[in-house]
Design a protein around this ligand. Structure first.
Ligand SMILES: NC(=O)c1ccc[n+]([C@@H]2O[C@H](COP(=O)([O-])OP(=O)(O)OC[C@H]3O[C@@H](n4cnc5c(N)ncnc54)[C@H](O)[C@@H]3O)[C@@H](O)[C@H]2O)c1
Length: 357
């Protein structure tokens, strides 16, 4: 990847949601130091990233979380804030997240509340976080199994994206990122063509294909979130697959990865709504090639109950996003009763299509 940077200077008051693409891990640390412009930096990472990519981390003021979704708690956010306080981090300092979506969501949340807000740089290290979660300023932690129940919008000043960091990602986490990548592709016709034509190359992480897909998806998310930073309008399209995906994740206690629930969510939501048939079949094929997981067995009522608690939903209506052709999305609201009926039909179709019991 040729080094592309939209901003080579240090952070200014106006810096927001800026993407910086880099070709090597060596450049990441230097770039974060340059962007920080000599201000104090507090880094949050997790144990896997600390072990696999020590070259990304500074010598001091690093908080290492346990890896995984269970770390995304208010208690951990409080612990990070406490460490920052002990280290003497002030309002003029910068929080830097180096890790996947869990680290980014939690560190961004900390940056939004610590001393009423400090600046934040995100260095995403998973496919999912490079194409999606690091961009657009949604931060948060989970509460009682419900995803991102406590959170804030906190735009990172910069998102430093280095696709070569993805070489160490376990296969399962790669598939997880493919879930969000396919979701984005479903919203963007050019990316959709690229991903369908290059799915084998993406599965085998061929660098050129990965760089191209990551940069297209990241730029698409930047565009959508720059236009609607607080999800008052069109940003809702990015929730495609997430009503059912989050509900399954809640029922299942995060046994699969987030992106795998999103894959399931996309397929089931498309079946539950009035989606164009050709497009639907094409995306089902793509999801299968990317590694569709087994569908966890929960009743429609259980999934519906979990979906009702989703932040997007009023008490009795569940918002699902269906796709009627790449780039064109509509929201389909349904009551609990309709959800149960449509979910049962979608599960039956899912099992027939995948030949699974
Ligand atoms: N804020 C948003 O807009 C948004 C959008 C989508 C998802 N999310 C959130 O993102 C989270 C999922 O993110 P994720 O899939 O990145 O999970 P994650 O942060 O748990 O990372 C997945 C695993 O990969 C490891 N890892 C990270 N980088 C690595 C690397 N380069 N090499 C090897 N291993 C590495 C981690 O240690 C972890 O074990 C969920 O909590 C989800 O809710 C947020």
């Amino acid at each position: 990847m040729s080094a592309i940077s939209n901003n080579n200077g240090s952070i200014t008051e106006k810096s927001e949601n800026e993407l910086v693409f880099l070709s090597s891990a060596e450049l990441v640390k230097k770039t974060v130091a340059r962007l920080s412009g000599g201000r104090r930096v507090f880094t949050v990472t997790d144990e896997n990233v600390a072990r696999l990519h020590p070259e990304l981390l500074p010598e001091r003021d690093v908080c290492v979380l346990k890896a995984g979704e269970d770390s995304k708690t208010l208690a951990n956010a409080e612990n990070v804030c406490r460490e920052m306080l002990r280290a003497g981090i002030t309002r003029n300092s910068i929080v830097v997240a180096v890790g996947g979506g869990v680290v980014g969501d939690l560190a961004g949340f900390v940056a939004s509340v610590y001393m009423r807000g400090v600046q934040f740089i995100n260095v995403p290290t998973t496919l999912l976080s490079q194409v999606d979660s690091s961009i657009g300023g949604k931060t948060g932690v989970n509460l009682d199994g419900y995803k991102n129940m406590l959170g804030a919008f906190k735009m990172p000043t910069h998102i430093v994206i280095c696709p070569s960091l993805l070489a160490t990602l376990p296969e399962r986490e790669w598939r997880c990122g493919m879930g969000e990548l396919i979701k984005t592709a479903a919203l963007q016709p050019e990316l959709y063509s690229f991903v369908t034509e290059n799915i084998e190359k993406l599965n085998s992480r061929e660098p050129f294909a990965v760089e191209k897909a990551v940069s297209a998806a990241a730029n698409f998310k930047k565009k959508v979130t720059d236009e609607d930073p607080t999800e008052k309008g069109n940003r809702i399209i990015l929730n495609l697959g997430h009503t059912v995906g989050h509900a399954l994740e809640k029922c299942d206690g995060h046994k699969l990865s987030h992106g795998e629930y999103v894959m399931l969510g996309i397929e089931l939501e498309f079946c539950m709504t009035d989606t164009d048939c050709d497009f639907r079949n094409s995306i089902f094929e793509l999801l299968e090639k990317a590694g569709m997981p087994e569908l966890p067995k929960y009743t429609a009522e259980e999934v519906c109950f979990a979906a009702k608690s989703d932040k997007k939903n009023s008490e009795w209506k569940i918002t699902l996003l269906g796709e009627i052709g790449a780039g064109k999305v509509f929201a389909s609201k349904m009551s609990g009763g309709e959800f149960v009926e449509n979910y049962n039909a979608a599960v039956k179709a899912f099992r027939e299509r995948h030949g699974r019991a």
